[in-house]
Design a protein around this ligand. Sequence first.
Ligand SMILES: *[C@@H]1O[C@H](CO)[C@@H](O)[C@H](O)[C@H]1NC(C)=O
Ligand SMILES: *[C@@H]1O[C@H](CO)[C@@H](O)[C@H](O)[C@H]1NC(C)=O
Ligand SMILES: *[C@@H]1O[C@H](CO)[C@@H](O)[C@H](O)[C@H]1NC(C)=O
Ligand SMILES: *[C@@H]1O[C@H](CO)[C@@H](O)[C@H](O)[C@H]1NC(C)=O
Length: 354
Amino acid sequence: MGKLVALTLLGASLALIGERLLAFRQRINASREVEPVELPNCQLIEAIEAGSEDIDILPTGLAFISSGLKYPGVPNFAPDEPGKIFLMDLNEQNPVAQELKISDGFDKASFNPHGISTFIDKDHTVYLYVVSHPHLESTVEVFKFEEQHRSLVHLKTIKHELLESVNDIVVLGPEQFYATRDRYFTTFFLLILEMILDLRWKYVLFYSPKEVKVVAKGFSSANGITVSLDKKYIYVADPFTKSIHVMKRHDNWDLTQLKVIQLDSSVDNLTVDPATGDVLAGCHPNAMKLIIYDPRDPPGSEVLRVQNVSSEKPQVSTVYANNGSVLQGSSVASVYHRKLLIGTVFHKTLYCEL
Ligand SMILES: *[C@@H]1O[C@H](CO)[C@@H](O)[C@H](O)[C@H]1NC(C)=O
Ligand SMILES: *[C@@H]1O[C@H](CO)[C@@H](O)[C@H](O)[C@H]1NC(C)=O
Ligand SMILES: *[C@@H]1O[C@H](CO)[C@@H](O)[C@H](O)[C@H]1NC(C)=O
Ligand SMILES: *[C@@H]1O[C@H](CO)[C@@H](O)[C@H](O)[C@H]1NC(C)=O
């Protein structure tokens, strides 16, 4: 009798997981075909072959690019190399990517950069905040950028019990930032289960030396995060629900949700077009192919533009789309003077005209 109950329970659980798996595949458009949308004068950036997960461009046109992410369940083309930060000067006619030197005294071997965010202080000093996963933990590393020497000087490591499975960060003041948590579990099997069962345990937190708190929760996954040009709104990408959450900032740093913009693509990272305030989203049109990687049937890339984000009817349009023959797994797109730089989780980097 006991055996029968156990078998029935096992059968029921498997059926439930099977049903949820199908629902999950549908939710992330597992096998969606990508209709190409092309841009003029695209070129792949040499030197970057192992991902360009995040890109942040300074108002002066210097672009920081994080590369070499190692994360459970995500392919990596340079598993034995530590992560890197590249710099590109987008004012140049044919910009090249140059690896930034990192000062001694920082454990470069375990550097595993993910989301990045720049911050410029009153004295015009540029700081680069980097989410890193040394030994698969989560830290926020603070660097000072020395333009003359093309180097990063490590200033400090920020750790906190709420800074778990951090994906992305947006810095709004000296050591004051919002960060997203993209997963609850870290082991691959539990992570898959978490995705399939759609456990909405992920959050956005606010960090400052004085106070650390969860300011928004209930995300299926909280991934890219960025701030509007007027700094009043925070945009959070949820790839599993294919949506962008528009949140209002309060004086005490709390966030309240204003609306959710539904897309048809698993949105990864967000940037804001400095000229228009539009949101640009690096998306995975068929995210399942990213998780189960097959080079013969690779994941595609898609860049969406959301205009009039704060109006009643934001308009979504496709800026770029490719089936993976040129660019696989786009995670971010950033604009500077009508040029578009598209980064990927583990593949190349594409530079196009708009
Ligand atoms: C993606 O999946 C949703 C259902 O989850 C469906 O409504 C939509 O049409 C799909 N999009 C494409 C392009 O297949
Ligand atoms: C996403 O983009 C924003 C803005 O460029 C950046 O601050 C953030 O770190 C990026 N995050 C990830 C995970 O790519
Ligand atoms: C992707 O598109 C190109 C043409 O744009 C085509 O030659 C190729 O077969 C397609 N690849 C896949 C995997 O669909
Ligand atoms: C929508 O945004 C564009 C710029 O991206 C702007 O030119 C236009 O006036 C806006 N329209 C509305 C209705 O706000």
